[in-house]
Design a protein around this ligand. Structure first.
Ligand code: X2X
Length: 336
């Protein structure tokens, strides 16, 4: 072989290397992940954990970039699902409450006093009803992968202890922009006001609203007591699961291997976050009490008064959620 032919071969080989490395870098892919809360909260930590596991296991070929504080939807958390469905957002770790305007079946979790404790929540998310809820999400163009948890939502306010529905009379309560919450707090005699999380803290600070409801982790991390919310009622009226999910077209564009990696990592991050959220609750409650918040717990009779006052919400919402799913959830909770 003469030297010029040799050089041509070398050039061809080098060009080949260049093409291969180019296509490798073209394969490396970043997906956007939306969350409402940042990694100061378990919710944001769940998304970061997911990102960490995916980057590690794909050797950086697939990465997730987390955008907290609903920034991809300009603070309007009830638009997150639509933005993910349309492909503006690739993925999200989102709350069932925020996605319920587009996926009515998700209102299952917001039915007041329907799931009494963590065992009930786990029975539903891990049971037939949980699968039906995931099918409902998938039928609307988003692929659900795993569950996480924001937690049981507790009621706080600035005016006094609440241990019966009458104490809520006329109180202005900030609720998430989901119609079921409007009905629940109206049934309780309160004056609910829908607003995003971004607007909630300023509204509490100025006294534009008297109260709000959120899990202990949110109350604690966001220091809700420092904006005058000195009374907290532990009423466990609903649990707010989180869902890890990906836009359908993005999902379809991934290899089988990448899908498995993404799903497994979501399941692990979700299980990790659920355990952490639950383990931290007693310390969080102790810290909240230490900061001077008056914490009210309900006895059985008081609890029943709230259940009775919100029965109409079940009647109203059961058909919208779908009675099949509600019945499946009941069976899941009874261990059937
Ligand atoms: O807005 C809220 O209350 C929050 C942060 O809990 C949700 O996004 C459901």
């Amino acid at each position: 072989m003469n030297s010029s032919r040799h050089l041509t071969r070398l050039a061809a080989a080098l060009a080949g290397v260049a093409v291969v490395s180019l296509s490798l870098s073209a394969q490396a892919r970043e997906l956007s992940v939306s969350t409402v809360l940042s990694d100061a909260f378990p919710w944001g930590q769940a998304a970061e954990k997911w990102a960490e596991l995916v980057a590690e296991r794909s050797d950086g070929e697939l990465t997730l970039r987390v955008y907290p504080n609903s920034q991809l939807v300009n603070g309007d958390q009830t638009r997150e699902f639509s933005a993910m469905r349309s492909g503006l957002i690739d993925a999200a770790v989102g709350s069932t409450i925020n996605w319920s305007p587009q996926v009515p079946e998700l209102n299952l979790f917001s039915l007041p006093f329907f799931m009494a404790d963590l065992d009930a929540v786990d029975a539903v998310t891990g049971g037939a009803a949980g699968e039906m809820v995931f099918d409902a999400i998938e039928s609307r163009g988003v692929v659900p992968l795993a569950w996480g948890e924001n937690g049981f939502r507790q009621l706080s306010n600035s005016s006094g202890p609440i241990d019966e529905p009458a104490d809520l009379d006329g109180l202005k309560i900030r609720v998430v922009g989901s119609p079921l919450f409007q009905d629940t707090f109206t049934a309780l005699g309160a004056n609910p006001t829908q607003m995003s999380w971004a607007d909630a803290k300023p509204a509490l600070t100025t006294g534009a609203v008297d109260g709000q409801e959120n899990p202990l982790s949110v109350f604690d991390v966001a220091r809700i007591d420092q904006v005058g919310q000195e009374y907290l009622t532990l009423w466990n009226y609903m649990n707010d699961p989180l869902v890890f999910a990906v836009n359908q077209q993005v999902w379809d564009s991934l290899s089988e291997e990448e899908r498995t990696l993404l799903r497994d990592a979501a399941e692990e991050a979700g299980a990790w976050e659920i355990e952490m959220t639950r383990e931290e609750e007693p310390e969080r409650l102790a810290a909240i009490k230490e900061r001077g918040v008056t914490v009210t717990e309900l006895d059985e009779t008081q609890h029943q008064a709230f259940v009775a006052a919100t029965e109409s919400v079940h009647d109203e919402w059961m058909p919208r959620i779908g009675s099949e799913i509600v019945e499946a959830a009941r069976a899941d909770m009874q261990g059937e």
